[in-house]
Structures are given as C-alpha cells and as structure tokens.
Design a protein around this ligand. Structure first.
Ligand code: PEP
Ligand code: MG
Length: 312
C-alpha cells in the first residue's frame, strides 16, 4: 500500500512545475554524474539538471576523455533533457576525487589544496578541451557552464578568460558552437558566500554547494565517520552564509540555486526557499517529494521556517 501511495504521489507531482501554494515558482531539478542519469531525471519530472558532475567522465579510467568524447556526453545529456536547462560543472577533482590519468601528488590537506578550478586554471590545456566540448554541445539545448570551488572574483575572471580563449580557438578553426552560454559558479567555500555581492556582479547564476560549504564552514571533513556527528548543514552558521548568498543574488537579479544534498532534505528545503533560493537540484528520486512539500506551503511559511532555523 505504501508503494501504491508513493506511485500516486509521484504521478501527481511529476508533470507540474514546482511552486509554493501561493504561486512562487521554485525550479526542482536533478543532479547527475553521467549522461545516462538524465533519463531518470526526466522520468521523475525534474525540470532540468542543476548539477552534472563532469568529473565522473574522468574517473575510474587510465586516460583522459578527448574533446569528442566529452562533446558526445554533454550533447547526450542536453538532448535527453529536451530544452530544459542543464548545468554542467567543469572538472571538480582533487579532494576526495581521484583522476588516475593526472597522477596528482598526495597532499597533507587535499580538501584545501590543489583541486577543482585551481587545477583547471593551472592546467589550461585540460580546461580548454573541456570548455571547447561544452561550447559545442551548447548548440543542442540549454547548456550552462558552472565553475566549482570559486574563491575570488579573479578566479572567476580568469576562468571566463579561458572560456573566451576556447571560443576564439573554435572561431579560428571554423567549428560551430553556441557563443551565448550562461556562466555561473558554485558557492561552496565560505569566502564565496561572504563575498557573494562581489561575485554576483560577474556570474550569471549561483548554485550553493552545501556539502562543501558545511565542511569548510564547520571545519568538519565530509565523509569522515569519526566527525560525522559534527557535520551539520542545518547549523545556523552555514544557514547564514546561505541566506547571504541568496540575498546577494536577489539584489543582482540572478538565479540562486542549490545543488548540495541539503537541497533535497524535506526538513531544510522550505527554509532555503524562504531565504530566497529559487532552484533546488537534488538526487532525482527526491524530486517528487520535495515538489509536493513546497506545493503545500506559502512563501510566508517558508520565511518563517527560515527564521526559526537561522535564530533557533
Ligand atoms: C557540494 O559541494 O555541495 C556539491 C554539490 O558538490 P560535490 O558534492 O560534488 O562536491
Ligand atoms: Mg563541492
């Protein structure tokens, strides 16, 4: 009977857009690691892909994926989503994610070290290949590019500069691509949240990564069982940073999404909406339940939920 109930709920909430009971539009999307996962996002009624973790194309293999292989993967995800937005995050490796082909050195503090955008801005040879593939795939749908682990406006500017180089190369070679791709950033390091007002001037959108934001704010390593009891995305310190980020985005009129695990947590999602987060991207299986939950709440109720958690 429980299964029947779930199925009925799923059917009821699959094909309608996410919104609160008083009509505030909240886009509910799915996170994916491979283009094949996008099929499941569609089946469960996701309104887009809020996070495609592109690093999965680079892991568990001895070599690096070519531009053509990456292009095909991104194109497939975009085509599967049939015009819906697909946010593809550029390579986010290092930390706990290993890429054998890069043979990176072991570090004392891998989460604070050579990773993600830091590697890409250093190894622009790799970065250019990925950006070319993304610009080309963007011809087939609403592909948006997102940079991970951004910690300063210079980093964002430098990443956008490499993106311009990628388009210049494609232009020079006469290769077709979409020149009008939106470029956003993950807000997942406290410095990015605190300086969100500055970053909002140069990003087309934000997506809050609660997994890393929690780890860095509380100095509690994610995935470390010995300190798991201290890991708390609902901590007021983390929530204040989220509220600051959403406010900065609202002031610049750019969308503020969230793609960390907490986005799909029914205890927290209404509060995030109350803070001004307007896109929630989660594990696809959570999409129907979160949409149902929000459809039964007014914006005022969401704001109250936020207040309660921000000032417990
Ligand atoms: C995050 O940090 O919240 C996030 C979504 O990215 P990842 O889990 O891939 O680090
Ligand atoms: Mg992260």
């Amino acid at each position: 009977a429980k299964d029947d109930e779930r199925r009925a709920m799923l059917a009821a909430f699959r094909d309608r857009p996410g919104e609160t009971s008083d009509g505030r539009r909240i886009i509910i999307e799915g996170n994916i690691g491979t283009p094949g996962d996008a099929v499941r996002v569609m089946e469960l009624g996701g309104e887009g892909v809020g996070l495609f973790r592109s690093e999965f194309l680079f892991m568990d293999r001895p070599d690096l994926p070519s531009e053509e292989e990456q292009f095909q993967a991104y194109k497939k995800a975009v085509e599967t989503m049939d015009g819906r937005p697909v946010i593809i995050r550029t390579l986010d490796i290092g930390g706990d994610k290993e890429v054998p082909a890069l043979d990176l050195e072991k570090e004392q503090n891998p989460f604070l070290g050579y990773r993600a955008i830091r590697i890409c801005l250093d190894r622009t040879d790799l970065f250019l290949v990925q950006l070319r593939a993304l610009l080309r795939a963007a011809q087939y749908g609403d592909l948006r590019i997102m940079f991970p682990m951004i910690s300063s406006v210079d980093e964002l500017r430098n990443a956008k500069q490499v993106l311009r180089e990628a388009s210049d190369l494609l232009d020079a070679e006469g290769v077709d691509y979409n020149p009008n791709v939106k470029v956003g950033i993950m807000v997942e390091i406290p410095v990015a949240a605190v300086c969100a007002d500055v970053l909002a001037q140069e990003a087309d959108f934000f997506s809050i990564g609660t997994n890393d934001l929690t780890q860095y704010t509380l100095a509690v390593e994610r995935g470390n069982a010995a300190v798991a009891h201290l890991y708390a995305p609902e901590h007021p310190a983390v929530l204040r940073l989220i509220a600051m980020t959403a406010q900065a985005a609202a002031e610049r009129h750019i969308p503020c999404g969230m793609c960390g695990e907490a986005a799909g947590d029914p205890k927290l999602a209404p509060a995030f909406v109350g803070m001004g987060v307007n896109e929630l991207s989660m594990s696809p299986r959570r999409v129907p339940a979160v949409r149902k939950l929000l459809s039964g709440l007014t914006m005022d109720e969401c704001r109250q939920a936020a207040e309660k958690l921000l000032h417990p």
